[in-house]
Design a protein around this ligand. Structure first.
Ligand SMILES: [Zn+2]
Ligand SMILES: [Zn+2]
Length: 257
């Protein structure tokens, strides 16, 4: 499996370390979240994405979805498929594709000439298979219904745990995953904003470390979702944890597992 964190700011130089929006590509064809995929590269490159899995309904995870859906519309009968739990798909219908924020692509897609997207329910504790990868959805602990994912292609498995505060079930599942190769875990706010992390159900480096103690596997950990405004401070506090297997995920770098 190859993962790539999509960059999410517009900058004149290579210095684009700020993650304002969240999207992780797996094998170029599956996107976890749609924060930035519609602002990424070119429509041709975006067209490679055939499946979009939404963790939850927050805007940093679906900001570019309406633009992406428009960019990749080709009129083909098998459009991109968007997956989410029932509450997430309800939000898409009522809050995004509602003919006010954006055209109702869900309704339009019922007609053969305007197949913009397919919507599929993917509930927690279900496993689906996409492009040879078994993907399991598991509830994690955030202020709105949110899932993490385990991707398993037989050879390798990876976990994706974001957005979340302290959580249990996904760690139990990952500990049973014999072929686990990596975990992507959120760390959003610096330690002095623990109160804000608590009310918004996110992690700080301090609680990030506590979560990692629940993982009984010695695999690389890739930190994601560092809040842009505090990025450098969070990165320093993560480095100060002195955990040799923890890395800050680099943008547009292909990690192969
Ligand atoms: Zn969130
Ligand atoms: Zn978020």
């Amino acid at each position: 499996m190859i993962t790539r964190l999509i960059t999410s700011n517009v900058h004149g130089s290579d210095d684009c370390n700020y993650q304002f929006l969240t999207s992780l590509l797996v094998n170029e064809s599956i996107a976890i979240d749609a924060g930035a995929i519609g602002f990424y590269s070119s429509p041709k490159e975006q067209e490679k994405i055939r499946h979009v899995l939404l963790t939850h309904s927050h805007i940093d995870h679906l900001a570019s979805l309406p633009i992406f859906i428009e960019n990749v519309f080709t009129g083909r009968p098998d459009p991109v498929i968007v997956y989410g739990s029932t509450p997430v798909l309800d939000c898409l219908q009522s809050d995004v594709f509602n003919n006010r924020i954006w055209p109702d692509f869900i309704e339009l897609s019922k007609f053969p000439v305007s197949r913009f997207l397919d919507i599929k329910t993917f509930e927690p504790n279900q496993t689906i298979t996409l492009e040879g990868i078994n993907i399991t959805s598991i509830n994690i602990n955030h202020v709105v219904p949110t899932v993490g994912y385990i991707f398993d292609d037989g050879k390798s498995a990876i976990g994706y745990v974001s957005d979340t505060a302290e959580t249990e079930e996904i760690w139990e599942r990952l500990n049973k995953q014999a072929n686990l190769k990596a975990v992507f875990l959120e760390v959003t706010f610096p330690n002095h904003l623990q109160w804000l992390a608590d009310v918004s159900k996110h992690l700080t480096p301090k609680t990030f470390k506590l979560e990692l103690q629940k993982l009984k596997k010695d695999v690389p950990i890739f930190a994601v979702h560092l809040k842009g405004r505090y990025r450098d401070q969070v990165a320093k506090e993560v480095a100060d944890l002195n955990l040799p297997n923890v890395h800050i995920t680099k943008f547009l770098k292909d990690y192969t597992f």
